[in-house]
Design a protein around this ligand. Structure first.
Ligand SMILES: [Fe+2]
Length: 136
């Protein structure tokens, strides 16, 4: 069962590569591809693609519960010394401070939120990238 689910995610990742216009590009090189958005609740599922050396630069919290599956790479939560590698599952309760983070290698993560990502625009978002998170 687990292996079959992983194969499904691998297919979703391949399909996303065939839709280059669907990716949101951040100034630091991070790319985000939304697979699902619930406009009413702010819940979402997205692919995150961090280049090597890029991460979220500050400790922060989310306005909803967050979970991630690491598909590729090595993604480091530098303060708590948690390292995600392919197959790792990470969850982060609403309002729990975490980060900063750093992609030790290019890292691809599937990210789930059960509601809005943030209460207010964080410092690492521009107006353009923030509006994609359904926090309005
Ligand atoms: Fe976060």
């Amino acid at each position: 069962m687990t292996l079959e689910v992983h194969k499904d995610w691998q297919k979703i990742l391949r399909d996303s590569q065939e839709d280059p216009g669907g990716w949101i590009e951040f100034p630091n090189g991070l790319r985000q591809y939304f697979l699902f958005k619930n406009e009413a609740t702010g819940a979402s599922i997205a692919i995150l693609d961090f280049p090597k050396g890029v991460g979220i630069p500050v400790k922060h919290a989310h306005a909803s519960n967050q979970a991630m599956i690491c598909m590729e790479g090595e993604y480091h939560y530098t303060d708590s010394d948690i390292v995600l590698t392919p197959g790792s599952f990470y969850s982060n309760p609403k309002d729990h401070p975490h980060g900063p983070t750093m992609a030790v290698e290019r890292s691809v993560l599937i990210e789930f939120y059960d509601g809005p990502h943030y209460y207010d625009k964080p410092s690492f978002h521009s107006d353009d990238t923030y509006k994609t998170t359904l926090t309005d």
